[in-house]
Design a protein around this ligand. Structure first.
Ligand code: G1P
Length: 312
């Protein structure tokens, strides 16, 4: 039986705060064109590209679920139907697998369609990440929510989204995940200027979207995971177009900083950037080597390849 907020308030103010700050919803924007992946992304969503044997979007949804979230809103656009089909039940396929006695596959495809309640909203025009997030306003209402970008997979002991929730539950404000990147890569990311307040946790002082290395305030990069309070929505409505003539989430966070503290977490875990072709390939090799069924043989293959080179 769950505790009511009223009961908890009498019982312990601390429990009441935890219930109020419980995070139930996640938002995953998947509406972009995927231009960095052309031609592969012309007719299929880049979020459905495989990392070994699972589409990348499944890793992201699994992270949200592992963090305790089951209500997921995806911001979609034209050409993204395959994502909906991936998470919707496919009764004919299930019957087929059942008939053939393929229990493991049957369990897996049932798990995919039952692990979360996934909702979809259409972004009418592709005006950037900030614009995409603004479409979540109605669905999230007055609750804080997790935001996970689909071009990042994070492996960690505690899901990075859960790490952000834990900080939010302590401080009650928005929290952004950061990682250190090489200085020549800062122009790909939102970059933070911040003051360290405890181990791994920063009080953010400024944010800048994709700065040139010489003007970057640090090499701490926004890592595609956020825990946002609904205060972000008025900021999103009020910012002008920014970098690349798009509505930038980083600019909205920068505006929000003028009213409220925002925390930056240098999270525990390894981030795999799958938003460009080279890092996508590297991620596939790393995950391939670790794969329970395929890893050993794949390792042998790569050894052989590095000794002899590919056939010409
Ligand atoms: C977006 C954000 C950027 C962040 C990055 C992380 O950029 O605008 O601040 O660092 O995601 O992946 P995009 O990759 O969409 O250009």
């Amino acid at each position: 039986m769950g505790l009511s907020v009223e009961f908890a308030q009498q019982f312990s103010p601390y429990i009441a705060i935890m219930i109020h700050r419980n995070i139930r919803k996640a938002v995953i924007p998947v509406a972009g064109y995927g231009t960095r992946f052309l031609p592969a992304s012309k007719a299929q969503p880049k979020e459905m590209f495989l990392v070994v044997d699972k589409p990348t979007i499944q890793y992201v949804v699994e992270e949200a679920v592992a963090a305790g979230i089951q209500d997921i809103l995806m911001i979609i656009s034209k050409g993204k139907r395959a994502i909906e089909e991936h998470f919707d039940p496919n009764r004919e396929l299930e019957a087929e697998l059942e008939h053939a006695g393929r229990t493991l596959e049957l369990e897996e495809i049932r798990r995919i369609s039952s692990m979360a309640n996934i909702h979809y909203v259409w972004q009418r025009e592709l005006n950037g990440l900030g614009d995409a997030v603004s479409y979540a306003k109605h669905h999230v209402g007055d609750e804080a929510f997790a935001l996970l970008l689909g071009d990042t997979i994070v492996e960690s002991n505690t899901p990075v989204t859960r790490q952000l929730i834990d900080i939010h539950q302590r401080y009650g404000e928005s929290v952004v995940a950061f990682e250190q990147v090489a200085l020549d890569k800062v122009s790909r990311y939102g970059i933070m200027k911040g003051r360290l307040i405890e181990d791994g946790l920063y009080h953010i002082e400024d944010l800048v979207e994709k700065p040139a290395p010489e003007s970057a305030p640090s090499n701490l990069a926004i890592a595609g995971r956020y825990l946002l309070t609904p205060d972000i929505f008025p900021s999103l409505e009020n910012i002008p177009q920014g970098k690349n003539n798009e509505i930038q989430l980083t600019d909205a966070l920068r505006m929000l900083l003028q009213q409220k503290p925002i925390y930056g977490l240098h999270f525990e875990g390894d981030r795999y950037d799958i938003g460009n072709k080279l890092d996508f390939l590297k991620t596939n090799v790393i995950f391939g080597l670790r794969h329970a069924e395929l890893g050993a043989e794949f390792r042998q293959f790569l050894r052989l390849l590095s000794d002899t080179g590919p056939d010409e």
